[in-house]
Design a protein around this ligand. Structure first.
Ligand code: FAD
Length: 446
């Protein structure tokens, strides 16, 4: 028997690793583990991600049941659970899809060691991105660190591969992996195994509404003109959390994006691969500024101001609306992510890692690579970042992107009343001048 281990690929269809496992012909036992190494460290027992994952695993189990098989879902420590499975079943092999985050890499190394003890191979496949870092390299070798040349090379690479590969395995180049075709190779299910409930894992359910897996044709058609306006309902696709947890396939989304007349949406999806490429090639960015000199900036790190920012009480309407949107629904519009991040690192002079950590706790679509990339972009310290001297003016951002204050009023109902602060925590001109002075001094002396 072969084990297929689901992680950030919570779907049966078009799943690279599962397809490979099924194709061997050995009966496949699918598993999922609610990882206590992660769950036990979460700051709250009400967590929209855990809830989303739990619901998605229930859906996945139903998909397996529809094929006469059964998903085994465990709650525990992956190495211990895989040791038990190894000893109980002596599987021929364990298959999975690659995860590029440092914790996952260390976990997989530990799993490999325990499988090695019994000479059980551990196979892993590319599923979460279109191209891994070593597949899109500079002409002279080495990873790209700037988006535009990366994107051009990425496109060339895709075009070449799409025109060269044939047969079932062209799926790498966007066609779906036909997992259904080999469903007969799944281990038949006897009695369905229950998926652990949120309550059994000590979590409290919320009423969180999960946006659908597919953006409407209308949204994608108008994406280039609506995507920057946070008040616009359905102005963006809202699929980030599905991509993060693999409840949809990135290949399918890319294929659809390629068919659109305008390629703005397609290029946004390539940003996701770009940031994954940066994390894979430079894992040190998890803790350090990509441009090391930025770690000499003497941050003010005022805890009270940080708390006000987290709670949406800065007196800057767009920042407050964004933070309250995040705190309420676990998602924030991209333009507002840029504005809130910029206000924290420039106007409040608070270390980007504080903001990054807060987003990581709250975002339903939290993806280490994209979040780190977004924060280091805002701080100026990233691989391809906004130059430090370009500082968002929240007044002009308001006029340009939410001129009727529709977004602000939706999330900050007391705006326009005496209850809303008449002055921001840090006023724009003062904050801008201070940031320029502090950044410039640190960077020239570094
Ligand atoms: P759409 O605009 O519809 O875009 C479609 C998809 O393209 C997204 O779902 C996402 O997968 C990808 N994408 C779009 N823009 C980016 C981008 N700049 N970087 C990487 N991928 C992108 N995105 C995350 O998925 N997880 C994060 O943790 C995350 N943190 C961020 C933090 C900051 C400070 C900033 C500025 C951006 C962050 N982003 C993150 C990127 C972006 O804000 C979200 O992907 C987007 O808002 C999700 O909404 P959507 O699916 O409607 O996006």
């Amino acid at each position: 028997m072969t084990i297929f281990w689901h992680r950030r690929d919570l779907r049966f269809s078009d799943n690279a690793g599962l397809y490979r496992a099924l194709k061997t012909g050995d009966p496949v036992l699918p598993i999922f583990i609610f990882d206590r190494n992660i769950l036990d460290k979460l700051p709250s027992k009400t967590d929209v991600r855990v809830e989303f994952i739990q619901r998605s695993v229930v859906e996945l189990a139903e998909a397996y049941r529809a094929h006469g098989s059964d998903l085994r879902a465990y709650y525990g420590h992956p190495v211990e659970i895989l040791r038990e499975l190894r000893d109980a079943h002596q599987p021929t092999a364990v298959y999975t899809n690659r995860d590029y985050e440092p914790y996952a890499i260390a976990r997989d190394l530990a799993v490999k060691e325990l499988l090695d003890e019994h000479d059980i191979p551990f196979y892993h496949f590319k599923d979460h991105v279109i191209f891994e870092s070593d597949e899109v390299q500079k002409q002279a070798g080495g990873p790209y660190t700037v988006y535009t040349p990366y994107m051009k090379r990425w496109r060339k690479q895709l075009a070449t591969r799409m025109s060269t590969y044939e047969g079932e395995d062209i799926s790498y180049y966007l066609k779906p992996y036909p997992t259904e075709k080999y469903a007969g190779n799944l281990l038949p299910g006897k009695a369905p195994s229950p998926v652990p409930t949120l309550e059994e894992m000590g979590f409290t359910p919320t009423e969180i509404e999960i946006p659908p897996k597919e953006a409407s044709d209308e949204t994608l058609k108008h994406y280039h003109s609506t995507r920057d306006y946070p008040a616009t309902t359905d102005g963006t696709s809202r699929i980030s959390h599905h991509l993060r947890h693999g409840t949809v396939s990135i290949r399918a989304k890319m294929l659809r994006a390629m068919q659109l007349e305008d390629d703005t949406f397609f290029r946004e999806l390539i940003w996701r691969d770009f940031y994954s490429n940066v994390l894979q090639a430079f894992p040190r960015v998890v803790d350090e500024s990509y441009r090391r000199e930025y770690d000499t900036i003497p941050w003010v790190n005022d805890e009270e101001q940080f708390q006000a920012w987290c709670e949406g009480r800065t007196g800057v309407p767009l920042v407050d609306a964004g933070m309250r949107q995040l705190n309420t629904i676990g998602w924030m519009h991209n333009r507002v992510r840029m504005i809130t991040a910029s206000y924290l690192v420039k106007h409040l002079l608070i270390d980007w890692r504080w903001g990054e950590g807060y987003f990581a706790d709250k975002l339903l679509d939290y993806e280490l690579a994209s979040n780190n990339g977004g924060w280091q972009w805002a701080a100026g310290s990233g691989a391809d970042a906004q130059p430090y001297f370009r500082i968002f003016n929240h007044h002009s951002q308001q006029v340009k992107f939410d001129k009727d204050y529709a977004y602000v009023k939706e999330w900050v109902p007391e705006y326009d009343t005496d209850d809303y602060p008449s002055e921001p925590l840090v006023e724009h001109k003062f904050g801008r001048d201070r940031a320029l002075r502090v950044y410039k001094k640190a960077l020239t002396e570094a």
